[in-house]
Design a protein around this ligand. Structure first.
Ligand code: GUN
Ligand code: ZN
Length: 438
C-alpha cells in the first residue's frame, strides 16, 4: 500500500465552516486538539484528534501541534498581469487603469516577461495559503497561456481566461470580436478541464466591450456549457455613468450583461459597490455571484460595499483581493479589511471570525460551483489546506498563547497572520508550498 493510500492524520488545532454562518449560527466548527485524516488526496474524517486516532490506530500521525489548519483559501477576484503595480496609492478607478494598470498590462505582449510575471503570481498565491483563485488573464492569448502553464506547474487550482476588450483602453490591448472568439476557443480547448484548470470567459467590463464583443461572450458560453464567466460591475460612479451613456437602451449596468445572457450561476462579477435594489434582486434571482474586494474598494476610493443589502437580497458573495488594485495576496488580510470597513459603514454588518472564514473559503467554493469538492474539511472533499504557525516571539504567538477560546484564536489569525505564518500549503493532499525551516 502506498503512503497516500494508507493515509495520514494531521494533528493540529483546526477550523472550518461547513455551513454558511450568514444563515446558520453554528456555521463554524473548530477542534482545539484536532485531527484531519487524509487519504489519496481526500479528507476522510475531521474531528477531535483522540477520536480520529482511536478509529484509525494504524495511520501515521503528522504532529503539527502549535499551529492551525484551515481549508485552502479561495480568492475570487484578481488580475495576474497586475502583480507589479500593487501599492499604487492616490488614484480612482479610471485614472488608475490609464496610468498604472494598463501600461503594465501592455507589457504582457512580451512572452518572456508575461511568463516571469505568471510564475511570480502563482508563487505569491501559494505563499499566502491560497489554493484556488479566479483570475483575470491578460489581453494576449500567449500571456494567458503562460498563466495556465505556471498554474499547472504550481499545482494550484486556477480559473482564468483571456481578457476581452475592443474599445476605450489602449489600442494594443484591443482585439477584434473575431480574434477574441478564435483565441478564446483555442484556449478553452487547450486548458479547460485540464489538471486543476478551468476557463472563464472574461470581458474586462462593459465600458471596454462593444455589443459585438459581448455577443462573442454569449456565444462562447453557449458553446462551452461548463466554462465560467467573470467581469466587473458597478465599481465606480464615473464608470457607471459612462456605461449608461454607452448603452442607452440598458435600464442599468447589470442589464447590459443580462441582454447578452451573461448572468447566472457560473458568473462572478467583481465589486458591485453601487447596486440598485432591482439589480440586487436580479443578481439573486439569476444566481449570479459577487466578489467583494474591500481592500481595492478602499484603495481606489470606490465606496463602501453594501454587504447587508447583498445578504438580505440573497446574493451569493465571496472575497477577492483584486491584485493589483487591492493591498496584496493575503486572503486573511482581505477578511480583516471586510471586517474593518463593515465596522465603520453606516448600516454595516458586524462580521464574526466565522463569517470571515466562510467568506475566505467555502463562499469562494460556492461562487465557483466547486462546493462539492473544496471549501471545507467535510468527508470526501479534496485535501486542500493551509497550515499556519505563528512565528516564535511574534505578536500573534503572544495572543494565541493567552487566547481563552477558539473564536478568539481565529480572530487573531485574521488580524495578525500574514505570509510569514504560512508554513505549508496542500492541494489534494500534495504539498504545493512549504516554508523553509526558520
Ligand atoms: N475595471 C476594469 N478593469 C479593472 C481592473 O483592472 N481593476 C479594477 N479594480 N476594476 C476594473
Ligand atoms: Zn478587477
Amino acid at each position: 500500500m502506498s503512503a497516500a493510500e494508507r493515509g495520514e492524520i494531521l494533528r493540529a488545532s483546526l477550523f472550518h465552516t461547513p455551513r454558511n454562518p450568514f444563515l446558520d449560527g453554528q456555521g463554524l466548527e473548530s477542534h482545539h486538539d484536532g485531527g484531519l485524516l487524509l487519504r489519496s488526496g481526500k479528507i476522510v474524517a475531521c474531528g477531535d484528534y483522540g477520536a480520529i486516532q482511536a478509529a484509525h490506530p494504524n495511520v501515521p500521525v503528522g504532529d503539527l501541534r502549535g499551529g492551525f489548519l484551515l481549508p485552502g483559501l479561495i480568492d475570487t477576484h484578481m488580475h495576474f498581469p497586475q502583480l507589479s503595480v500593487l501599492g499604487g496609492l492616490g488614484h480612482e478607478l479610471l485614472d488608475w487603469l490609464e496610468h498604472i494598470a494598463l501600461p503594465e498590462e501592455a507589457r504582457m505582449a512580451d512572452e518572456a516577461y508575461a511568463g516571469q510575471t505568471a510564475q511570480g503570481f502563482v508563487r505569491a498565491l501559494a505563499e499566502h495559503g491560497t489554493t484556488t483563485a479566479l483570475v483575470f488573464g491578460a489581453h494576449f492569448a500567449s500571456a494567458t497561456a503562460s498563466l495556465f502553464e505556471a498554474a499547472t506547474a504550481s499545482g494550484l487550482r486556477i480559473v482564468s481566461g483571456m481578457v476581452l476588450s475592443d474599445r476605450r483602453l489602449r489600442p494594443e490591448l484591443h482585439q477584434s470580436p473575431e480574434a477574441a472568439y478564435g483565441d478564446s476557443t483555442s484556449l478553452i480547448r487547450r486548458f479547460h478541464g485540464q489538471e486543476r484548470l478551468l476557463y472563464a470567459v472574461t470581458p474586462r467590463f462593459a465600458l471596454s466591450t462593444s455589443e459585438a464583443m459581448l455577443e462573442v461572450c454569449q456565444t462562447l458560453l453557449r458553446e462551452n456549457p461548463s466554462v465560467r464567466f467573470q467581469t466587473h460591475l458597478n465599481e465606480n460612479r464615473r464608470e457607471i455613468s459612462e456605461v449608461a451613456r454607452l448603452f442607452p437602451w440598458a435600464s442599468d449596468y447589470l442589464n447590459v450583461y443580462e441582454r447578452f445572457e451573461l448572468t447566472g450561476s457560473r458568473s462572478v462579477m467583481a465589486h458591485n459597490v453601487h447596486p440598485s435594489e432591482s439589480e440586487l434582486q436580479r443578481l439573486a434571482a439569476s444566481g449570479t455571484s459577487i466578489s467583494h474586494c474591500p481592500g481595492s474598494n478602499a484603495m481606489l476610493g470606490s465606496g463602501i460595499f453594501p454587504l447587508r443589502r447583498h445578504i438580505a437580497a440573497g446574493v451569493k458573495c465571496a472575497l477577492g483581493t483584486d491584485v493589483g488594485a487591492g493591498t496584496g495576496f493575503g486572503m486573511l488580510k482581505e477578511g480583516l479589511q471586510a471586517y474593518l470597513v463593515q465596522r465603520l459603514a453606516v448600516n454595516g454588518t458586524l462580521l464574526t471570525p466565522a463569517h470571515l472564514l466562510y467568506l475566505a473559503t467555502r463562499a469562494g467554493a460556492v461562487v465557483l460551483g466547486m462546493e462539492n469538492e473544496i471549501g471545507d474539511f467535510g468527508p470526501g472533499k479534496s485535501a486542500d489546506l493551509v497550515y499556519l504557525r505563528p512565528p516564535q516571539g511574534s505578536a500573534l504567538a503572544a495572543v494565541v498563547a493567552q487566547a481563552e477560546n477558539m473564536n478568539r484564536i481565529l480572530a487573531a489569525l485574521f488580524t495578525l497572520a500574514g505570509s510569514e505564518s504560512v508554513r505549508e500549503v496542500r492541494v489534494e493532499g500534495a504539498v504545493v508550498f512549504r516554508a523553509p525551516e526558520a
